[in-house]
Design a protein around this ligand. Structure first.
Ligand code: LMR
Length: 394
């Protein structure tokens, strides 16, 4: 039987991690996978996580199962972190998932149960794993224009033009903030126009929010999501705690579904429990418990928010430094978009040959579409990247 299997193409982001490891050069720079790194290249355990882990080790008396959709306290704390008071709780259903990817997968499984004919509309470009999960589940998919490779900003007119072809019951997949891979984001006014369109078309929005707190701040980054939740009858949200709590390997995420009525929310909740049971039964608890402890405790929360803000401002500083170095070297403002983008990523707009040249000649590793992870830089490597960009003729 197993001899029937054929190989799947490697995930481009994960393949880059392996290629970087194999490169013997000392001066190499890893701008690949979306993992935060400090100026020393470490991915630290956040202070509040360490404290919570210590407290949990002391206090935890059992490792018995918690619940099919996770701890209700985790669900409540995460709904609040993302949605604040944008909607009444009775219209919400939610389930803890293994990471943000688990939430994306469960959201799409839920769509498949509710409307197997739904076309999933994804931004061009989007996170590559969106595409492969949608394809794997056999759901129809279409792309809408999103990133203008000339201006390196959102092509909002193109986006709205393409979405006109979406039919009632289709799903519009959006990035809540810090668009991956482009770094270009919708303004609040544009979110409002998207809400108008969704309302009129009878489509359902699905928001992947994996970087809340990495863009303009915890509250601001949830602005678009809250706006849609406040105005629309339905919304699916796949959220990750990997980045903003720095707990990548703990696999902590949540799927939140907003329904039109409390009665529909109840049935949706039942379906989320069913899906968890079929796919992996009980979701992981350790990371979710730490997140809950932090969000519920004033001192831990203040420390977490302060550290997250340091991380955010550090990335912004690197963006500004890179844009300034490129302004100086090119005597132009054509790389200022790097400072205008938000989150971990920016798409530089380099060709595959230019990306290959930067890797071969300067040891700089970025995803083939020229996505850089800004957090992979530090004050010393920014000039190295700026030189490489200029030398490659980007
Ligand atoms: C990324 O886009 O690099 C991250 O979301 C990590 C991943 O799993 O791809």
């Amino acid at each position: 039987m197993l001899s029937n299997l054929s190989e799947h193409p490697a995930d481009k982001i994960l393949a880059l991690v392996a290629a970087f490891k194999e490169d013997p050069r000392d001066q190499k720079v890893d701008l690949g996978v979306g993992v935060y790194k400090d100026a020393e290249g470490r991915t630290p355990v956040m202070r509040a996580i360490k404290t919570a882990e210590k407290q949990l080790w002391e206090a935890e008396t059992t490792k018995a199962y918690v619940g099919l959709t996770g701890d209700p306290a985790f669900n409540a704390a995460m709904r609040r972190l993302i949605l604040a008071d944008a909607v009444e709780d009775a219209r919400l259903a939610s389930a803890a998932t293994p990471g943000g990817t688990g939430a994306v997968r469960q959201a799409l499984e839920l769509v498949k149960l509710a409307n197997p004919d739904a076309t999933i509309w994804v931004s061009d470009p989007t996170w590559p794993n969106h595409l492969t999960i949608i394809k794997y589940l056999g759901l129809p998919m279409q792309t809408y224009r999103y990133f203008d490779s000339e201006t390196r900003a959102v092509d909002f007119a193109g986006m709205m033009h393409d979405l006109r072809h979406a039919k009632a019951g289709d799903v519009i997949l959006l990035h809540g903030c810090c668009h991956n891979p482009s770094g270009a984001n919708l303004t609040l006014d544009e979110w409002g126009a998207v809400a108008d369109f969704i309302e009129a078309s009878g489509t359902t929005p699905m928001i992947d929010i994996a970087y809340q707190g990495f863009g303009d701040g915890l509250e601001q980054d949830a602005g678009g999501t809250r706006l849609l939740a406040g105005r629309l009858p339905e919304l699916l949200i796949a959220a990750s705690c990997s980045k903003n709590f720095g707990i990548y390997r703990e696999r902590t995420g949540i799927l939140i579904a907003l329904s039109d009525t409390a009665a529909v929310a109840k049935v949706t909740q039942n379906n989320l429990a069913f899906l968890n049971r079929q796919n992996y039964s009980f979701p992981p608890d350790h990371g979710a418990r730490l997140v809950t402890m932090i969000l519920e405790d004033e001192t831990l929360r203040a420390d977490w928010e302060a550290e997250l803000e340091e991380v955010r401002l550090g990335m912004l500083g690197l963006r500004e430094q890179l844009a300034a170095e490129l302004r100086q070297r090119t005597n132009s403002d054509r790389f200022d978009f790097i400072a205008a983008h938000r989150g971990m990523f920016s798409r530089l707009g380099a060709t595959p040959d230019q990306v290959a040249a930067m890797r071969a000649d300067h040891g700089i590793y970025m995803v083939g579409d020229s996505r850089i992870n800004v957090a992979g830089l530090n004050a010393k490597t920014v000039p190295v990247l700026a030189n490489a960009i200029v030398a490659a003729g980007v």
